[in-house]
Write a protein that binds this ligand. Structure first.
Ligand SMILES: NC(=O)c1ccc[n+]([C@@H]2O[C@H](COP(=O)([O-])OP(=O)(O)OC[C@H]3O[C@@H](n4cnc5c(N)ncnc54)[C@H](O)[C@@H]3O)[C@@H](O)[C@H]2O)c1
Ligand SMILES: *[C@@H]1O[C@H](CO)[C@@H](O)[C@H](O)[C@H]1NC(C)=O
Ligand SMILES: *[C@@H]1O[C@H](CO)[C@@H](O)[C@H](O)[C@H]1NC(C)=O
Length: 258
């Protein structure tokens, strides 16, 4: 029996990187997942890959074209989950973006507006659309993808880190506010991983030498892998974490400890 048997989940940014691994991990544990992404070709490809792999988990993946900064897309997501599957149990607000590593004084207003919209406003919109449904249902799991940068911000990614600090604070606040209604709210704080955003974070080409250099700054001596994040997401989304809420969980190989 899968650890997410019969659960219905919406995962944003699921066309790539951590979100794709989370969707895959959820389906392999028996969940029905709406793979929500603004990038249509990637999202469709991920659904195909998941379907090719997962014959017998009982789960499924469905692509949904989705812009996390658009309220009506959140409404459409909730509507699709309830009309197709009868309910929604889990939302993973994972889509995020950044700018290429650069001095904070050089970040343009357009770059700033974009990270605010995708990383921060998406939290407001998703909560305002999904939370009333979870409260009425008397249960629900809201999971965000934050970052180690939300507490340990590095030069060159300062405003990005600020958006993740916002997520960490709001995660705790919403957990306190909606715990009595049966809703759990947590986030995962990954260390740098080899996703579509890698070269934006590092500001340099992704080479074996660069990876080796970075690994030396991590107690467990490597970057994060999408599967590390997916495993944590499965746990936090499952009933195994029934008493876990308000947590911003580092999945960082010990990076925040040094
Ligand atoms: N990769 C890292 O090193 C790292 C570290 C810590 C946290 N994170 C966070 O992980 C999350 C996932 O990023 P990733 O690293 O997998 O990068 P990624 O670029 O591989 O995936 C991000 C996905 O989000 C989608 N997306 C972007 N804007 C969107 C929008 N407006 N609406 C819907 N979808 C949108 C993209 O199309 C893409 O498929 C982000 O929130 C990011 O901040 C990444
Ligand atoms: C996403 O939505 C926002 C406004 O809700 C819009 O400004 C932006 O252009 C949209 N992005 C895409 C790629 O459609
Ligand atoms: C938001 O998405 C809807 C479809 O879900 C679309 O009709 C609308 O134009 C979008 N709004 C913006 C501002 O992009």
């Amino acid at each position: 029996m899968g650890r997410l048997e019969g659960k219905i989940a919406l995962v944003t940014g699921a066309g790539s990187g951590f979100g794709a691994a989370i969707a895959d991990g959820f389906v392999s544990e028996g969940a029905h997942v709406l793979v929500a992404d603004i990038a249509v070709a990637n999202g469709v490809e991920i659904v195909k890959k998941i379907e090719a792999k997962q014959g017998d988990s009982g789960g499924s993946a469905t692509f949904l074209e989705f812009n996390v900064t658009n309220r009506s897309d959140w409404e459409k997501g909730l509507e699709l989950a309830t009309s197709k599957f009868g309910k929604l149990d889990i939302v993973v607000n994972n889509a995020g973006t950044t700018y290429k590593k650069q001095p904070s004084l050089e970040v343009s207003e357009a770059e700033f507006d974009k990270i605010l919209a995708v990383n921060v406003k998406s939290i407001y919109l998703s909560v305002s659309v999904i939370m009333p449904y979870f409260v009425q249902q008397g249960s629900g799991v809201y999971l965000g993808t934050s970052s180690v940068a939300g507490t340990r911000v590095r030069p060159g990614q300062v405003f990005y880190g600020g958006t993740k600090g916002f997520m960490n604070t709001v995660t705790q606040g919403l957990a306190a506010e909606y715990g009595p209604a049966g809703v759990r709210v947590n986030s995962i704080c990954p260390l740098r991983g080899a996703t579509g955003l890698l070269e934006m974070f590092s500001g340099v080409p992704d080479t074996p030498e660069e990876r080796a250099k970075f690994a030396l700054s991590v107690p467990l001596r490597r970057m994060s892998e999408p599967n590390d994040i997916a495993k944590a997401a499965v746990y936090l989304a499952s009933d195994e974490a029934a008493f876990v809420t308000g947590v911003n969980l580092p999945v960082d190989g010990g990076r925040l400890a040094v």
